[in-house]
Design a protein around this ligand. Structure first.
Ligand code: ADP
Ligand code: X2W
Length: 259
């Protein structure tokens, strides 16, 4: 039987809240077994870009990334956010190592072709170097990935952190029994977005298509769930979505997603 590996993702709202981030990292540090952390930081990138007089534009949940924006996201995701998270994990005795997809050639991607929209320097994941990443894990390091990949020709590319998470999980499934935890500020996927207690506890392929048809899934949740079903169809064992407390085994008020 394969060993278990947890791949945990934190989104922009947790990163923006120092206390929430600290609480999350404490829970993450106590999570048993081998683990990988992936962080976003879209909100921080938008705020810092704005201070620099650079306007941010999102289409279908993806950032239009021109050359200037690529500089900002490299500084914010690869520098500011990644290194702060790594330092805080070190303070919790987790031997974390911060990575972009260029480091140890861990995540190679391809610049998104221009169709109706030119996303600029945005990459779609092509290859996860599961064996190289595993060398770090086997050496008891905890990889911390930011939302940056590369094309193998020296070009960094911006890649949505939810997609990085699901693609990493698919790649690592060749070696491990993988579980994804998408941690965000809500308790899970909600039946009524205005009622935080309306958590849908279990989403299957069938319920997913019903929720889509009813328009219950919208905005940032659309690409998130699309990634989930792609991952489940490609070897990932379980996916959970909810607030950071779902990392403690005591809380069952979150969304579990299966085929
Ligand atoms: N049915 C739903 N249940 C929960 N969240 C939903 C739902 N439909 C849309 N959303 C939106 O999806 C968002 C989460 O996705 P996203 O903004 O990408 O977050 P993150 O930065 O954490 O990845 C929530 O903040 C919420 O506004
Ligand atoms: C291509 C693309 O859209 N990349 C995202 C990467 C960051 C991210 O995904 O952050 P959250 O998880 O906090 O939303 C962006 O620049 O916003």
């Amino acid at each position: 039987m394969k060993e278990k590996l947890s791949i945990v993702k934190i989104g922009g709202n947790i990163i923006e809240d120092d206390a929430a981030l600290k609480d999350f990292l404490k829970l993450f540090s106590k999570l048993e077994g081998k683990k990988i952390l992936v962080h976003g930081g879209g909100k921080r990138a938008t705020a810092i870009a704005s201070k620099l007089g650079i306007e941010s534009k999102m289409v279908n949940g993806r950032r239009i990334t021109d050359a200037e924006t690529l500089e900002v996201i490299t500084m914010v995701y690869g520098g500011l956010v990644n290194k702060n998270v790594v330092a805080q994990l070190q303070a919790l005795n987790i031997d974390a190592i911060g990575l972009t997809g260029a480091d140890i050639n861990s995540i190679a991607s391809e610049k998104r072709p221009v169709n109706e929209v030119d996303f600029g320097f945005v990459g779609d994941v092509k290859k996860v170097a599961h064996k190289s990443i595993d060398k770090l894990i086997q050496a008891d390091f905890t990889p911390v990935f930011c939302a940056i990949t590369h094309d193998g020709n020296g070009q960094l590319l911006n890649t949505n952190a939810d997609t990085i998470t699901s693609q990493l999980a698919v790649g690592m499934s060749k070696l491990y029994e993988t579980s994804i935890y998408y941690c965000f500020e809500l308790n899970g996927v909600l039946k009524d977005i205005n009622d935080k207690n309306s958590v849908i506890k279990h989403i299957t392929t069938k319920l997913y298509s019903e929720l889509l048809a009813e328009g219950i899934i919208a905005d940032g949740m659309l690409p998130k769930l699309e990634n989930c079903f792609d991952a489940l169809n490609n070897g990932v064992n379980t996916i959970n979505m909810g607030n950071t407390n779902m990392l403690t085994q005591e809380n069952d008020n979150f969304t579990r997603i299966t085929l």
